[in-house]
Design a protein around this ligand. Structure first.
Ligand code: ATR
Length: 277
């Protein structure tokens, strides 16, 4: 009698020790009693391609990809989803039976699901959004907001040319705002998102003046360590509806887990708790 193969998956990056994904997938595997393993994989840049090509041979069904390989993984893949192409990065790889690598990006999906779960009546079409930052995470957020029908995105970044590049890529609904002017475009925004690393443990604090924020505005920080950044605490004190960044991490993992292990996991208060322990 041959036993069924146990699917293997993991997350590839460098460094990888800090990644919360092994704990998250491990939690779901145990909780749902699904056979499978999910491991952290640290590789150097010169070994990325051969690692991705080799892993399917030993039972891997897919991988998450994290810093600094999200763009490289997209380039290596044999096929790519539209959303990964337009974002310009891959965070989820599926290894097909014929050994081909299919790349997707679920960061925008995770971002959207996180806000929807936290603020069920949030309507992205209801008014302008302000996006702070123009890095990789910002691209996923901006593509997703545009797709969800947001009428205008005020995009602001310390390095202005990165924001300008995004306007070229994503079109005229993007309005560039000078980084030093960011505090002046908040008062009629319905959604405000920090995609920069400012406020993260070990990084500088965000200094954008937030007194323009109106009560009821949905304010989301992609930073989740600490869970309540000063940005979110200030917004909360001004009556905004705040959404922390942990949920995005949890939701972006759902499509990969479902594809690799065959069951769709739920993002529950219990899994949030487990990730914070
Ligand atoms: P990620 O993929 O997580 O978005 P990234 O591409 O390195 O990472 O982008 C980091 C973002 O944080 C950028 O918008 C960056 O601004 P720059 O494009 O000017 O570098 C922003 N950021 C990082 N440190 C910052 C700081 N001290 N002040 C302002 N913005 C900062």
């Amino acid at each position: 009698m041959t036993l069924p193969k146990i699917p293997l998956a993991g997350v590839v990056g460098n460094p990888i020790a800090h990644s919360k994904s092994p704990r998250l997938h491990g939690y779901w595997l145990r909780q749902m009693r699904v056979p499978g393993h999910y491991v952290p994989i640290e590789v150097t840049p010169d070994k990325l391609m051969e690692t991705l090509r080799f892993l399917p041979n030993i039972g891997f069904v897919g991988l998450n990809v994290t810093v600094p390989y999200k763009e490289k993984a997209l380039a290596i893949a044999d096929s790519v989803t539209d959303r990964a192409t337009i974002i310009g990065a891959a965070n989820t790889l599926n290894f097909r039976r014929d050994g081909k690598i299919h790349a997707d990006n679920t960061d925008g999906y995770g971002f959207l699901q996180n806000i929807r779960q936290s603020v069920p009546d949030w309507d992205p079409r209801g008014g302008p959004a302000v996006v702070l930052g123009a890095g990789g995470a910002s691209r996923a957020v901006v593509v997703t907001l545009l797709d969800a029908g947001v009428p205008e995105i005020r995009l602001t970044n310390r390095t202005r040319v990165r924001a300008e590049k995004m306007r070229e890529d994503f079109g005229k609904r993007i309005k560039i705002v000078d980084w030093v002017q960011a505090g002046n475009v908040l008062d009629d925004a319905t959604t405000v998102i920090n995609t920069t690393s400012l406020g993260m443990t070990g990084k500088p604090e965000m200094r954008v003046p937030l007194d323009g924020l109106r009560p009821g505005t949905v304010v989301n920080d992609l930073v989740y360590a600490p869970l309540e950044t000063r940005f979110l605490a200030t917004a909360r004190a001004q009556g905004c509806r705040v959404v922390d960044g942990l949920g995005m991490l949890l939701h972006q993992a759902v499509p990969g887990f479902e594809r690799w292990f065959g069951f769709r996991p739920d993002v529950t208060p219990a899994v949030r708790e487990a990730m914070l322990r």
